[in-house]
Design a protein around this ligand. Structure first.
Ligand code: ZN
Length: 462
């Protein structure tokens, strides 16, 4: 297995220890940033005479080839590598041989990870800023269209002077403008290049840190190498910021609900738990948002590429810190098995594209496992998707007919599969509620999972 450490041990690493250390399921989203950072590093190494021109050219060709192949789907990022950086390096050595090993000259995994995080966050901040800018343009348009729309202004819940709607909306315009300033501040604080910090105390190679920083569009290199690689701060800052946003959001909603003419005073406000994969940060954040006594609580930032086991581990850590009497919502999850496991860990509800997206690809869920209706073996199968299912697709159509529709790219085929899947999910949620009420949830879950893995009927997949 591709592993960075362990040279001092004589025996092979246990799989459990390996899984505990692996991060590729999280950091694969830094793939683009990892390549971008490596390219700048190599260009600098060549400029400094640490690499020859031939070595530089070979490495650059290798890296751009890997990037292209991953983007075009020809090369898959697989979990046999411990992290995204090992993946890129292993592929590079595979492609260009010995020269590939020199990519890591004058660089540590620590400053490399810190760089990838900064490049990624910088991009995300710009994206959020673009969205806020779009919102401002919309508000401005509403203002321009409503310079003659009059309305009562309020102070202390009493009608005061008349104002225009443009004037009123303008107040929100100013608030969001201030948010853009905050984003700009984050951007600037993030915008220094940590490469050259090494593991924590720099490197003996004569690097040109200013040059690498300028290649990557940073304002300059970071100034203290230890601070550069200890970058959990920024996740803590982000979490603190979302907690502050939530406080403002709650105050604003209460203010709006006191105004006469508010349309829906019963609109619910949920807090969203954040904190990446750091249990301690997640728990502290959960405790903080619980104090706000909101209508319900969501768990966000999961199901974004980490393994199922890791998601369950975070749920086990965080759900006990959310109020049991309020609904708990796991965002963007998941497969029927994910839902069954998350309910066992205290989650109440979910949202997910799986039933419809999988339906569009001819993948349908049954109690005997998932079927791919594109498979040849269903060509003459006159049974419904699932025998006994009361959904509109199963009551009228056979697997063979739906397969024919899918093969002919007839939209109805996708619709029928999506209908069946939604029905399957809904029915499962009904069963879940009933099993909980009757105090037999655990055995229900085990049996359902056992069936869906195909144990009962020889179904094809989980
Ligand atoms: Zn059905």
């Amino acid at each position: 297995m591709a592993q960075l450490w362990g040279g001092r041990f004589t025996k092979e690493t246990d799989q459990l220890v390996y899984n505990f250390n692996a991060s590729i399921s999280f950091d694969r989203k830094f793939f683009g940033q990892d390549i971008e950072g490596s390219i700048a590093h190599v260009v600098m190494l060549a400029k400094q005479g640490i690499l020859t021109k031939e070595e530089k050219d070979a490495i650059l060709k290798g890296l751009t080839g890997i990037r292209q192949d991953v983007e075009e789907g020809k090369l898959a990022i697989t979990e046999e590598y411990e992290d995204i950086h090992s993946f890129v390096e292993a592929k590079l050595i595979e492609r260009i041989g010995e020269a590939g090993k020199k990519l890591h000259t004058g660089r540590s995994r620590n400053d490399q990870v810190a760089l990838d995080m900064r490049l990624y966050t910088r991009l995300e901040v710009l994206h959020v800023d673009e969205l806020v800018k779009e919102l401002l343009c919309t508000l401005l348009r509403i203002m321009e269209e409503n310079t003659d729309t009059y309305m009562p202004g309020f102070t202390h819940l009493q009608k005061a002077q008349p104002v225009t709607l443009a004037h009123h909306v303008g107040a929100y315009f100013e608030m969001f403008k201030r948010d853009r300033l905050r984003l700009k501040d984050i951007y600037h604080r993030m915008n220094y290049c940590p490469l050259g910090a090494g593991a924590l105390a720099g490197t003996t190679y004569p690097l040109d840190r200013n040059y690498t920083a300028s290649l990557l569009g940073f304002e300059g290199p970071t100034l203290n190498s230890m601070d550069s690689v200890a970058d959990r701060d920024y996740i803590e800052n982000s979490v603190d910021r979302t907690a502050r946003w939530l406080v403002r959001c709650k105050a604003e909603m209460e203010r709006l609900n006191q105004l006469p003419g508010t349309i829906n005073r019963k609109q619910m406000l949920f807090g969203i738990n954040q904190g990446g994969i750091y249990e301690d940060i997640r728990i502290r954040h959960a405790q903080e948002i619980t104090k706000l006594n909101l209508d319900g609580y969501a768990i966000g930032g999961l199901a974004v590429g980490e393994s199922h086991e890791e998601m369950y581990r975070i749920l086990e850590a965080v759900v006990p810190h959310l109020p049991a009497a309020k609904p708990t919502y796991l965002m963007g999850v998941g497969t029927p098995a994910n839902i069954l496991e998350a309910v066992e860990r205290g989650v109440d509800f979910f949202d997910c594209v799986y039933p419809t997206r999988n339906g569009r690809h001819g993948h349908v869920y049954t109690n005997q496992g998932k079927l791919n209706l594109f498979n040849q073996k269903y060509a003459k199968d006159v049974r419904p998707i699932e025998e006994g299912c009361q959904c509109p697709a199963c009551r009228r159509y056979s697997r063979a007919y739906i397969r024919h529709l899918l093969k002919a790219k007839e939209m109805l085929g996708m619709r029928l599969c999506a209908l069946h899947n939604l029905y399957f999910y809904n029915t499962m949620m009904e069963e879940i509620r009933e099993a909980i009420e009757q105090g037999r949830y655990h055995s229900y879950k085990e049996e359902k999972l056992y069936g869906m893995k195909g144990h009962k009927s020889g179904g094809e997949e989980a």
